[in-house]
Design a protein around this ligand. Structure first.
Ligand code: NDP
Length: 263
């Protein structure tokens, strides 16, 4: 019994694993970062806004120790900035064991009115950046023969909704990119999977929470009868980032209170 316990806790052990979470200065990413830090991992906080990043980094270092948390700001819309950022992480902090492609943006407008600039901005931030960051990080992972990538998807990876066409296209694409990464890299020792949150209470969704009609719709449409909290996502992500998921590849885990299970 004791030996079994030791083995199972070892499978979930994230001690000293270096983890980069894109878009971790707030919202779901920030909570994931705290979960990894609590589990003994070495998290790297990332965002676009350097000032906000410094602020978060300072408070994280106070909580977990200056040596255990690193930070870097770069714009995911800029390919060169991504390659430079990942090279800097390798050089200054060490190689990345776990990548969580979390950063994402929303744009709400009927498809007939969406400009190609807004379309490109959403696709570039939500989909292309996961390919670019994933490619840069996976090069090192493939060389080392191990690594974990978790892409943060959405229920919109599966289901559409009016006025969020670009987001839906980006998240559907990201789900299939997850499979493509798994197809090419699973045999090289990497595990690539996706976690698809339902409606989660963050800055991104505050306007929806404040909209009484929408809020009522979410509560009625979700079997669990509530909005998810960012912490609800952390368990699935930490599991997929651990050795406990060593034979899981190309999958999407919906963490949505049952929303995609029912009509
Ligand atoms: P937030 O808006 O709260 O946070 C977004 C994060 O992404 C911030 O840290 C932001 O940093 C960063 N970011 C955005 N654009 C860029 C960029 N171009 N370059 C660098 N960093 C960038 O988002 P959430 O926590 O709500 O969402 C996180 C992920 O979860 C997203 O992929 C989202 O689609 C997904 N999701 C969210 C759901 C929800 O209900 N909230 C439901 C399903 C999925 P900065 O402030 O510096 O720009």
């Amino acid at each position: 019994m004791g030996a079994e316990k030791t083995m199972i806790s070892k499978m979930f052990d994230l001690t000293d694993r270096r983890v980069l979470i894109t878009g971790s200065t707030r919202g779901i990413g920030r909570v994931l970062l705290g979960a990894f830090a609590d589990a003994g991992a070495l998290p790297i906080v990332h965002g676009r806004d350097a000032e906000r990043l410094e602020c978060e980094l300072e408070s994280l270092r106070e909580q977990y120790g200056a040596q255990r948390v690193a930070g870097i700001a770069f714009d995911l819309a800029d390919e060169q900035a991504i390659d430079d950022g990942i090279a800097r992480i390798d050089r200054e902090f060490g190689s990345i064991d776990i990548l969580v492609n979390n950063a994402g943006i929303q744009h709400r407008e009927p498809l007939l009115e969406v400009s190609s600039d807004d379309w490109d901005r959403v696709l570039r931030t939500n989909l292309t950046s996961a390919f670019l960051v994933g490619r840069a990080v996976a090069r090192g992972m493939v060389e080392r023969g191990r690594g974990k990538i978790v892409n943060i998807l959405s229920i919109q990876s599966e289901l559409a909704r009016v006025t969020i066409g670009p987001y839906t296209a980006s998240k559907g694409g990201l789900r299939n990119l997850t499979k493509a990464m798994a197809a090419e890299w699973a045999g090289r020792g990497l595990q690539v999977n996706g976690v698809a949150p339902g409606y989660i209470r963050t800055e991104l969704t505050q306007a929806l929470i404040d909209d009484e009609r929408f809020n009522t719709w979410v509560l009625e449409r979700t079997p669990a009868g509530r909005w998810g909290e960012p912490a609800d996502i952390a368990g699935a992500v930490c599991w997929l980032a651990s050795d406990a998921a060593a034979f899981v590849n190309g999958q999407t885990i919906f963490v949505d209170g049952g929303m995609t299970a029912v009509v």
